[in-house]
Design a protein around this ligand. Structure first.
Ligand SMILES: [Cu+2]
Length: 464
């Protein structure tokens, strides 16, 4: 994390940001808290509060919390809306819009009852505003352009001020050209911690948060297609796609909270392996205890927040992902016919006479794609390329791993590597004799049935 002053002159982005900064006058900047800019997509350690009332800070997955300045008892933050370059996964950078150098913007963390003053500087080429999703606040601070305030013109700074009246899980996003601005990645998380012990908000050891977002970026390009309504090709958490999403590292028996907000155009059933969680809160606030039920999947609708609490008592590497299977894939075309079981040999022979490098895809399913080192256009995320201790994981997109370890030190968020399974606890190959398995009676095979031969792409039989 660097301040704007340090940032200028030592980054490739410096020239662009200097030009943009020229739009804000020196006098105006002098009264503003120095904007803090993040330049990496790493998960920052939780930001312990230096002043104000204490709380246990959150960990923003592949993100960070915005530092503040105390000014006569008011917590002052400075958000800068601007174009950013976001590394969505190693090898793939997207040209997005965000706040303070990143998309999503930094997490804002405050305490119930805090008076908050947020300076918002617009370094985009068009009007913007910020809506503080879920907050109780004066109507004129609600951020809907045209309804509650004029849009913030390019180069100008507006001030929002209100008291964080209720504790919980919130977010912020523009209400100005919002279809474009959210499709470009403008959003951020907001957590208001309770000011005292709260009967419905348990203390936890690990408190993670991230936003669900989605982009449509053609392979080989870097800018989202903002007119896309439903057919996105990158399903991300905090504008990162697996394997670019950091694991959620916890100690065995930690009380864990995961806060998730959805600013995509569809719902996401977020699914955790190995544990059951309680939904302890929504954007409406803490959920009454009598209304909580154990779940392993939380469907998070558009515009919703969900707060999931559980005890991480099962050691291991547990998958944690959106259960819509297309949402655990990275950029790909979806206009592909199903080829499972189709014998292409004759047509391939003809095509390769014209296109020598032609490759058959999907005869056995698409998993082969994770093993083939296919040449991709520059700046393209592989469709799915996470590798685990047993080979290709075969997922991308909205996927990560909850790593529960008995020997992780308190406060240590470093990736401990892959789980070492105790002997005899991994699924294994059966090599003894097998009885004929029971199966439903099949209808007799028709005389004119097509015999299907399954082959591995690139030639050779798969031996089925
Ligand atoms: Cu999803």
């Amino acid at each position: 994390m660097v301040s704007r002053r340090n940032f200028l002159g030592r980054s490739g982005l410096a020239a662009a940001t200097t030009m943009a900064a020229a739009g804000v006058s020196k006098v105006a900047m002098a009264a503003l808290p120095e904007p803090v800019i993040q330049t990496t997509a790493d998960t920052a350690p939780p930001l312990l509060p230096k002043n104000g009332r204490p709380y246990n800070p959150v960990v923003t997955l592949n993100g960070w919390t915005l530092p503040w300045r105390m000014n006569n008892g008011v917590k002052e933050f400075h958000l800068v809306a601007e174009p950013v370059v976001r590394e969505m996964t190693p090898g793939f950078r997207a040209h997005l819009w965000g706040y303070n150098g990143q998309s999503p913007g930094p997490t804002i963390e405050v305490v119930e009852g805090d008076r908050v003053r947020l300076f918002v500087t617009n370094r985009l080429g068009e009007l913007t505003s910020i809506h503080w999703h879920g907050q109780r606040l004066p109507n004129g601070m609600d951020g809907v352009t045209g309804l509650n305030q004029p849009g913030i013109p390019p180069g100008k700074t507006y001030v929002y001020e209100f008291v964080a009246r209720r504790p919980g899980t919130f977010m912020y996003h523009p209400h100005a050209d919002e279809m474009v601005q959210m499709a470009m990645g403008m959003m951020g998380f907001w957590v208001t911690h309770p000011k005292a012990k709260h009967p419905l908000i348990d203390e936890v050891d690990r408190d993670f948060c991230f936003l669900l977002n989605a982009y449509d970026i053609d392979p080989g390009s870097a800018t989202p297609k903002i007119m896309t309504m439903l057919d996105f090709n990158l399903w991300s958490w905090n504008s990162r796609i697996y394997p670019g999403i950091d694991p959620l590292v916890v100690r065995q028996n930690d009380r864990v909270r995961i806060r998730v907000g959805n600013l995509t155009m569809t719902n996401h059933p977020i699914h955790l392996h190995g544990h059951e969680f309680l939904i302890t809160g929504t954007d409406g606030g803490p959920t009454p205890k009598t209304a909580r039920q154990y779940e392993i999947t939380a469907d998070i609708a558009v515009g919703q927040m969900r707060q999931l609490d559980f005890i991480a008592d099962e050691p291991g590497d547990w998958a944690f992902h959106c259960h819509k299977s297309h949402h655990t894939m990275n950029a790909m075309g979806h206009d592909v016919p199903t080829m499972i079981g189709v014998d292409h040999r004759e047509v391939v022979r003809k095509i390769t006479q014209l296109v020598p490098d032609y490759m058959v895809m999907g005869e056995r399913g698409m998993k082969d794609m994770t093993e083939m080192e296919m040449p991709l256009p520059d700046n393209t995320a592989p469709m799915m390329n996470g590798f685990g201790p047993f080979g290709a994981i075969g997922m991308g997109g909205m996927f990560s791993v909850l790593k529960v370890r008995a020997d992780q030190k308190r406060g240590d968020y470093r990736d401990p590597g892959w789980y070492t399974h105790p002997p005899g606890t991994v699924a294994y190959e059966w090599t003894g004799t097998l009885a004929e398995p029971a199966r439903a009676a099949a209808p007799p095979v028709a005389k004119d049935a097509v015999e299907v031969t399954v082959r591995k792409p690139g030639g050779g039989h798969a031996g089925h």
